[in-house]
Design a protein around this ligand. Structure first.
Ligand code: SR1
Ligand code: MG
Length: 414
């Protein structure tokens, strides 16, 4: 066991000792049980629990390369970024992120609240569980963290300082490559499409010049638009849920970028859950109820995002010119346009690229998986190409239903 004065990649026993001695989260002599519980693409996650009191914490450590592949060299500074943004998000959206107890720049590890009484939302949705407060919680989280870190509200010098401390080049590069480039151009030859869908992907994405041009425009917005402090990876695998509680976790991709990146991620991942259920569940009341709940949630996320944004805007904007007639509408409209575009990008990249989602990969029957993938890609293209016009939940659901109707469910559903 190391002394924590020099970086090394911890095993779970090290993490237990680290939690006790570095952060004093447990008393000396505490009987601790420990396990590595991470299954994400990047980091090592340890759960440490006092066998007597039941108190538990999580230690998250960053390595020098991604877990998913050592092709990705990722600065361990992402752990500092994650710690710092969790502190900010806790202030702006209390109760909607895990509490952090400390960060160690030598071990590149942070200590935070254990959320074992919650479930990762993607898994919960695959079990067809529903969360009545999710839309309300996630829209509060997004509106508060995005608007309150923007130039419309923040002191501009302080905002620039914040932009500086959240420059996140390695993690942004992952997004620039995996989200904005490779789903449409396999330039690094590391895409991982479902083989039976390769021709469809080639025709519909790699060879569609309109898609190439529009995704290039969006990539330049991601490079340049330091609009708000975004979470940067707000998919359903980065959200813990309980019936009465929602926690956005894993904000290590945070940087100052377009607000619509976060909203579009939430929308796309609800659509993945819908595509899975619509394809895999047998026709009948259960499918109707579950897809209906997802559609209502998509409706509430869009509706509440817009109404809460407008309300918070009128209460909190400090920038003089942002009060000019028409500015608020123009600004929000640009976020909604980006939301539509990013919804399309996220749908494509999880199907074509290296970082998949279980909503798709868990579909065993090849014909069913093909149907789910194709309906997502077909809808995604319209979200991207028609992003100047897609604004309301009816727009999103109309595109989704039209795409789904194009691809019949296979008879033996999988
Ligand atoms: C190399 S990291 C691949 C993906 O996992 C993360 O959760 C992000 O979504 C990233 O794009
Ligand atoms: Mg993550």
């Amino acid at each position: 066991m190391g002394d924590f004065n020099h970086y090394f990649l911890m095993k779970s026993a090290d993490a237990a000792e680290f939690a006790r001695t570095r952060f004093q989260l447990f008393p000396p002599g505490a009987a601790l049980e420990h396990a590595e519980i991470g299954d994400g693409n990047l980091n090592y996650i340890f759960r440490i629990r006092d066998k007597v009191t039941g108190k538990a914490v999580v230690i998250k450590q960053a390595g020098g390369t991604a877990r998913i592949s050592d092709q990705f060299k990722v600065s361990p500074d992402r752990n500092r970024i994650e710690h710092d943004i969790l502190v900010i998000e806790n202030e702006l959206a209390p109760g909607l992120v895990p509490q952090v107890f400390g960060y160690d720049p030598v071990m590149n590890a942070l200590a935070m609240e254990d959320l074992s009484d919650h479930t990762i939302m993607r898994s919960a949705l695959l079990e067809r569980r529903t969360f009545p407060l999710f839309a309300d919680h996630i829209t509060t989280f997004m509106v508060n963290t995005l608007l309150l870190t923007s130039d419309a509200v923040m002191d501009h010098k302080k905002k620039k300082e914040t932009v500086k401390s959240f420059v996140n080049p390695d993690l942004c590069e992952i997004t620039e490559d995996l989200v904005y480039t490779e789903p449409f151009n396999d330039v690094k030859k590391r895409n991982d499409p479902f083989p039976p869908n390769l021709d469809f992907i080639r025709r519909e994405l790699y060879e569609d010049r309109d898609i190439l041009l529009e995704t290039a425009k969006m990539k330049f917005d991601f490079y340049c638009n330091a609009q708000c402090l975004i979470h940067g990876d707000l998919h359903t695998g980065s959200i813990f849920v309980r019936e009465d509680s929602t926690k956005a976790i894993d904000p290590e991709f945070a940087y100052y970028g377009p607000a619509g990146y976060d909203v579009g991620n939430v929308m796309a991942n609800l659509i993945f859950a819908w595509a899975n259920a619509d394809t895999v569940m047998e026709a009948g009341a259960a499918r109707k109820a579950f897809t209906g709940w997802l559609e209502r949630t998509i409706d509430e996320v869009m509706g509440m995002f817009v109404s809460k944004w407008k309300a918070l805007w009128s209460r909190s904007v400090t920038e003089t010119v942002a009060r000019y007639d028409g500015f608020a509408e123009w600004y929000l409209d640009s976020i909604l346009r980006d939301t539509a575009g990013v919804t399309g990008l996220e749908l494509c990249r999880r199907i074509v690229g290296i970082a998949h989602v279980k909503d798709i990969t868990s579909i065993k029957a090849p014909a069913a998986r093909l149907r789910a993938e194709r309906l997502c890609i077909t809808a995604a293209k319209r979200y991207i190409l028609e992003r100047d016009h897609i604004r309301t939940s009816s727009d999103y659901l109309g595109v989704l239903h039209t795409a789904a109707a194009k691809f019949q469910r296979p008879r033996a559903e999988g």
